[in-house]
Design a binder for this molecule. Structure first.
Ligand SMILES: Nc1ncnc2c1ncn2[C@@H]1O[C@H](COP(=O)(O)OP(=O)(O)O)[C@@H](O)[C@H]1O
Ligand SMILES: [Mg+2]
Length: 384
């Protein structure tokens, strides 16, 4: 299938003065089986004017379209797909609003529990289709604007851990004429044109493919560890450029064939505002949360060993959980030995004690951190 698209290159710079470029996009294949907010395609995008030189040359690119008609609804308040019947219905509402027969209300934030909950009925309020679709369109525009702003701020990282962002795309349904004077949600689809990363998202890498050789401690490899550290660094650098990804999960982490990572989907990003001080921004909870989540997902796929957490004995259990964390989380035994010395302990590894009249098992410390090894706090993004 081939689509006609209007394309505005970024950074906008001098091209701002010109009309958007008219391009044609041949869709090669979808990159995602289930669509969330957009539909993402591998595409061959060419100028309709044969002489034009495009920033991506002959390479195929990633075309992300934010199209409500195919996206998955995800909230109880607007949990239904787009259908022709809905479209007909809301078009007639729109026409009545235009004719002055109906009053149009504001966009209701259907993700805001207070806005959708009816206290009197003790239930969720029921919304009409027009309100739902206006909200969906508003959401998609916000996601699109956020992703565009994030990529623009992250220009120094583009091509190094995040895709290159070539520019924005506007698609217009050709079967709806300007003269119909419809609300843009009926015909307008915003999009982004991005560098295509060869690879698959982390979701595809099941735990089953683990190298099972636990005894010799050959996993994760040093190379994987280096790639993981580089990906964490991408998030750190993004934070310093005023962008927190805010949606780190397996589907948004692409693994290249050489094992390195590309972080995609910056539509939910938090952007530092001009009025935020360094302290306001740094203390925002999500900043270390991004790093924590990335470590977690990579660890879960046996691709990364997390550096040790600070270990304090607990009053009831002593070092029980601290020991378990080290044994569970640092899976490469060679690396474990680089970080820790084993402390000889008496079997069974704990002693019975009485605390507040209760008999407890107080566990001995089994691992001593070697001098100079950094630890991380569960939610601290600074150390690795
Ligand atoms: N370069 C890529 N290589 C492989 N899969 C990709 C690539 N880009 C996107 N995808 C797939 O498309 C999905 C949706 O892309 P994404 O930008 O995350 O959109 P959404 O906002 O809908 O989540 C990703 O989760 C991933 O599975
Ligand atoms: Mg995504």
């Amino acid at each position: 299938m081939t689509l006609d698209i209007s394309f505005t290159p970024h950074p906008v710079g001098e091209t701002m003065a010109h009309e958007p470029w008219k391009l044609s996009a041949e869709l090669i294949r979808p990159l995602a089986a289930d669509f969330n907010n957009g539909c993402v395609f591998l595409a061959n995008v060419r100028a309709r004017d044969p002489g034009a030189i495009l920033p991506w040359g002959d390479s195929n690119v990633q075309l992300k379209l934010l199209d409500r008609r195919v996206c998955e609804p995800s909230s109880p308040a607007y949990n239904r797909p787009w259908t022709e019947a809905v479209e007909d219905q809301i078009q007639s509402v729109w026409r009545r609003i235009q004719a002055g027969e109906l009053l149009d209300g504001p966009v209701v934030d259907l993700c805001d529990f207070d806005a959708i909950y009816d206290e009197e009925k003790n239930d969720l309020r029921v919304f009409d289709d027009w309100t739902i679709e206006k909200f969906r369109y508003d959401c998609m525009l916000r996601l699109w604007r956020t992703e565009v702003s994030a990529y623009n701020r992250l220009r120094p990282l583009q091509g190094h851990g995040i895709p290159r962002f070539f520019g924005t795309v506007q698609l217009r349904r050709s079967d709806i004429a300007d003269s119909e004077n419809l609300h843009p949600l009926f015909y307008h689809v915003p999009g982004l044109l991005l560098e295509y990363t060869d690879g698959q998202d982390l979701y595809h890498f099941s735990e089953a493919e683990t190298r099972k050789d636990d005894t010799t401690g050959t996993f994760p490899t040093d190379e994987e560890q280096t790639h993981g550290r580089a990906a964490l660094d991408v998030l750190r650098r993004a934070h310093s450029l005023g962008v927190s990804h805010n949606d780190i999960r397996r589907r948004n982490i692409i693994v290249r064939p050489n094992g390195s990572y590309v972080i995609i989907d910056w539509g939910c990003a938090l952007l530092r505002s001009a009025s935020q001080t360094d302290a306001d921004w740094t203390e925002g909870l999500t900043k270390p949360q991004d790093l924590h989540e990335l470590r977690w997902w990579l660890w879960g796929r046996w691709r990364y060993d997390m550096s040790p957490w600070a270990r304090e004995p607990e009053p009831k259990y002593g070092y029980k959980h601290a020991n378990e964390r080290i044994e569970m989380f640092v899976r490469n035994k060679r690396r474990r030995a680089q970080w820790f010395e084993e402390i000889p302990f008496r079997e069974p590894g704990f002693e019975k004690r009485i605390v507040d009249g209760e008999e407890i098992e107080w566990h001995y410390e089994r691992w001593r951190l070697r001098p100079g090894v950094h630890t991380q706090d569960m939610y601290d993004g600074k150390l690795l």
